[in-house]
Design a binder for this molecule. Sequence first.
Ligand code: BES
Ligand code: MN
Ligand code: ZN
Length: 496
Amino acid sequence: MMTILATVSDSLIDKKHVVVIPVFEGEAFDQQIKGVDDALKGTLSAMVEKGSLTGKKKSCHLVPTHGLLPCTHVIVVGVGKKESCTNEDLRHAMGTVSRTLQSIKSAEAIIYLQKGIWDSFEYGKALSEGLVLGGYQMTGYTKKDQETTGYTSLEIVASLALSQAFLDGLKVGQVVGQGVNHARDLANTPANLLTPSLYVKRIQELLPSSSGVSIEIIDAQSAKKLGMNLFLGVAQGSTEPPYMVVLRYMPVANQAPIGLVGKGVTFDSGGISIKPANKMSEMKGDMSGSAAVISAMWVVGHVKPAVNVIAVVALTENMVSGNAQRPGDVVVGMNGKTVEIINTDAEGRLVLADALSYIQQQGVKEIVDMATLTGACSVALGDLASAILGNNQSLIDTFLSISEQTGERLWPLPLYDEYLGYLKSEIADIANASEGRLAGTCTGAKFLEQFVEDVAWVHIDIASMMHYSCQSGYRVKGMSGVGVRTLVGYILNNVQ
Ligand code: BES
Ligand code: MN
Ligand code: ZN
């Protein structure tokens, strides 16, 4: 595991670490960078003159020192103009730094900060988040994967005084980054190695009692007693038993908790309305919403904020078998509503409906659910944003402003009343899907809304962001771990 130490020192050149220098566009080198440049016989200033070293966003140079410095390389990373460098620019740049360090198999580095923007909590947080996220490596199952690569420690050296807020941000960002990496690990785990039962074990390992988060497990039998037939209907096609897992973090007396709900479909074959074979393997990531929720609770267990949180994740497979639920079946949900199953592949909303009913009985004051709910979300937004919908504009606005800080893009979609017409059933209160393909993400959310009573609720569809297909900045190929930063941002935002 990576540790980030932050020290204020100017002992740059005599260290054996790789030297990392973030540079702003259009700013002259300060004394310290000049020192490095002199030692490198003007290599850096020559690059500036040639116009190859600009400090522009997304630029990064790996400069070999050829023995002129004790370290093998200097990494110069562009962060853009000082005035307009956002948290996300910094996160992106630091992710690139991490991957560059990995490419030269460097175990240790120091980052040299010259005068700039290193004062706020958010910048400190973004800096360490980017480093930890970019350093993520998927655990594979080949011989090669047994060898460890990448760095383990990173020291931040600055010739200027770093503010306490910045240093606090560094600490929190490191924990959040690790939380996201936990979510990535969970989502990347093949579905045969992360059945609902194995998932429960992983949750128990991640959240020991010392975390302050308690775990209650609702098995199929208890779920039956609670009337969670929508959840059980999805699970019935699988031989793997399903679990509804409830996490409670309640450090504050007499305060209504905020509620988190996550879709944890450990494999989504589509059921009888089976999916096409192409990319079906990606459906091992259909528990990404729950992974974000679990990992956010892991972060909570480490940061220990003064706010009550209850989380519910619905863990099940969606499989095909002689016991599987059929299109046309009618099922009664925990809240008494009858649902006609038009499409067994619209299973996420079914498991979430009962999870939403359950969490409302726990006296939550607000709810956010997170789910890889609809393929239509990718059609609408590409892999650049998650969709947000809900029944309360002010809660949606809160999330939109949190998103500016966390760098996890959220884009609002409408929940028009008329969408309910798409879900009309001849024989039940509601259908779980429409036969058409219109507004898939909105209809999914509209369905969920029918299971929310008088409480502010937002739904975040992360299907579009579930998977990164290429490396860039802190994005590492594979499951993204998206949502953790948003949920942590929301939780911390609720600390009074
Ligand atoms: N898990 C899928 C959505 C999904 C697709 C997530 C691709 C990530 C990547 C979800 O359960 C699903 O199958 N949704 C259907 C809904 C439809 C049947 C109304 C879809 O999007 O096609
Ligand atoms: Mn599905
Ligand atoms: Zn699904």
